[in-house]
Write a protein that binds this ligand. Structure first.
Ligand SMILES: NC(=O)c1ccc[n+]([C@@H]2O[C@H](COP(=O)([O-])OP(=O)(O)OC[C@H]3O[C@@H](n4cnc5c(N)ncnc54)[C@H](O)[C@@H]3O)[C@@H](O)[C@H]2O)c1
Length: 290
């Protein structure tokens, strides 16, 4: 039987959209995070965002634990040096959805971390078996597909790579139990369950907009009012980040060699224009607060 893990500190690699949500969730639940990114500017932004989230918790949720700003600050170490995660009990990787970037990060982690430490790969579409192949411990690599905003979502998709061991899954489930999250464990193929399906309808919604069949508001309203979805496909794409959606479609296209995943030209154009959705204040909608 697996002993109870303590999770004194978790290494969070990548402090963007999802990484910031992961850090918020960890610090709220009393777990310290060593947060790594490539720029001090991103780390500073992430810290401000985490403290804002922690302050907003009473407004957002009746069940999330309340903590003070000082408690929040004391549970975060910000660094651009990957070596600083070497004494962490678990790694959650959330770097850019790009195989070459992820491969390099896992290669570096392999040298830094004791062999028994598990790596949770947070990816939208990249195969967990492929990520495992970038390490010498594929049995300790497991896929985590967290949804945004991480700290408000009670459920997470967990992906078992070809070599992922039962013990690694159990360790991850212990971590999610600390974070009060239910895990749904699925097998590994690119995009898993959630994104293999959802990216098709987000991409098709952009084609519908490009073809001027309806405005963004009308497209989303049909999903919300007719299908009862909480958010429409274009609002969802804005929340995820249009760059991440584009990269995920590229991974799906490349992985399945299937034209149904070809990225809509309008989506690519918006990414090149720097309209990435909520995180830049403009996407299919405008977010004046950003
Ligand atoms: N956005 C979502 O809703 C969502 C949901 C589930 C999973 N994901 C996945 O999570 C991962 C991160 O997505 P995101 O939306 O947060 O992207 P993002 O672009 O907002 O953040 C990625 C971060 O990684 C950092 N980074 C890049 N190279 C690095 C390196 N070598 N070391 C450390 N940090 C590095 C970048 O500076 C950036 O801050 C992706 O794989 C994505 O597919 C995203």
């Amino acid at each position: 039987m697996l002993p109870k893990m303590e999770f004194k500190s978790v290494g969070v690699i990548g402090a963007g959209n999802i990484g910031t949500g992961v850090v918020t969730d960890l610090v709220l639940h009393g777990i310290s995070a060593v947060v790594v990114d490539i720029s001090d500017e991103v780390l500073r932004r992430a810290q401000v965002e985490v403290l804002k989230n922690v302050r907003a918790v009473p407004l957002l949720s009746k069940t999330l634990p309340r903590i003070t700003k000082d408690e929040g600050l004391s549970r975060m170490v910000l660094t651009t040096d990957l070596k600083d995660v070497s004494s962490c009990d678990f790694i959650i990787e959330n770097v850019t959805e790009n195989w070459e970037i992820k491969k390099q990060v896992y290669g570096n982690l392999e040298h830094l971390m004791p062999p028994e430490i598990c790596f949770g790969a947070n990816t939208s579409c990249i195969s967990i078996t492929q990520i495992g192949s970038a390490t010498k411990r594929p049995a300790n690599v497991v896929g985590i597909h967290l949804m945004n905003p991480v700290y408000l979502k009670p459920t997470v998709e967990v992906i078992r790579g070809f070599h992922t061991s039962d013990q690694t899954i159990k360790i991850l489930l212990q971590l999610f139990s600390r974070l009060s999250k239910e895990a749904i464990v699925v097998e590994d193929l690119p995009g898993f369950v959630s994104n293999r399906i959802s990216h098709l309808f987000m991409n098709e919604a952009v084609f519908v907009l490009q073809d001027q069949v309806a405005t963004a508001e009308k497209i989303d309203a049909i999903f919300k009012k007719c299908f009862g979805h909480k958010m429409g496909p274009l609002e969802t794409a804005d929340l995820i980040g249009l760059d991440t959606v584009m990269r995920s479609l590229d991974v799906l296209y490349e992985s399945f060699q299937d034209s149904k995943y070809r990225c809509c030209p309008l989506l690519r154009k918006m990414v090149y224009a720097g309209h990435l959705g909520r995180k830049t204040g403009k996407g299919f909608y405008v977010y004046p607060e950003v």
